[in-house]
Design a protein around this ligand. Sequence first.
Ligand code: NAP
Length: 216
Amino acid sequence: MKFGVLGTGVVGQTLATKLVQLGHEVMMGSRSAANEKARAWVAKAGAKGRAGTFGAAAKFGEVVVSCTEGKVALEALRTVDRRDLAGKVVIDVSNPLDGSRGGVPVLSVCNHDSLGESIQREFPDARVVKALNTCNCDVMVDPSRLKGDHDLFVCGNDAKAKEQVTALLRDFGWKSIHDLGDITNARGTEQLLPLWMRLYGLFQSPDFNFRIVRKG
Ligand SMILES: NC(=O)c1ccc[n+]([C@@H]2O[C@H](COP(=O)([O-])OP(=O)(O)OC[C@H]3O[C@@H](n4cnc5c(N)ncnc54)[C@H](OP(=O)(O)O)[C@@H]3O)[C@@H](O)[C@H]2O)c1
């Protein structure tokens, strides 16, 4: 399958590499078609990797992964021809973190809204699925690096899109995936980030995840 991965940061690089390893074709998108990080990634990825603008990557992908800096994720998506998102699954991995005040970043949108919903609202014809935003990118693509059971969440308005993303996550190695419901549930997963960041400070390592324990 063809993926457009919007983002040249560590998340874009890690997800794009995993997708290529799984046999998919990937175009990594950036503000500039000549982005050096994207070019360096293509050199390592081989024939199944390519690079382009955010717009070119979204056009290329049958599935689009949004993994740009949260506070500019909409800005990045607005550079895409919206017809190139229509009907497509858009996996939103981004978190709306605002570190401008110093200290632990805060959420720039929360409580009555979320970034996942903002993306779905602005691109109503896209099939947005919020996923993978609650763990570090090394864990995203290799959940077995952590011992024992641990959990992941998906949410979105389109049941078939969530099934498709869940199948991909199983290919990544995920076993315990909870469908929280519609895209408003991105409020819940994005609001795990203030806790995630404090656990990161406590453990001094991003190699951890949330584990849900239920009675019976
Ligand atoms: N780090 C993790 O393990 C982790 C885990 C879960 C979720 N996340 C989320 O995943 C996302 C990506 O994180 P990251 O650390 O890989 O990368 P990042 O540094 O947060 O974002 C890099 C991307 O943002 C784009 N960008 C920056 N300013 C922009 C602007 N003004 N307009 C449009 N695009 C702009 C960059 O474009 P160029 O390519 O043009 O430079 C680049 O592609 C974030 O939302 C983060 O919260 C991260």
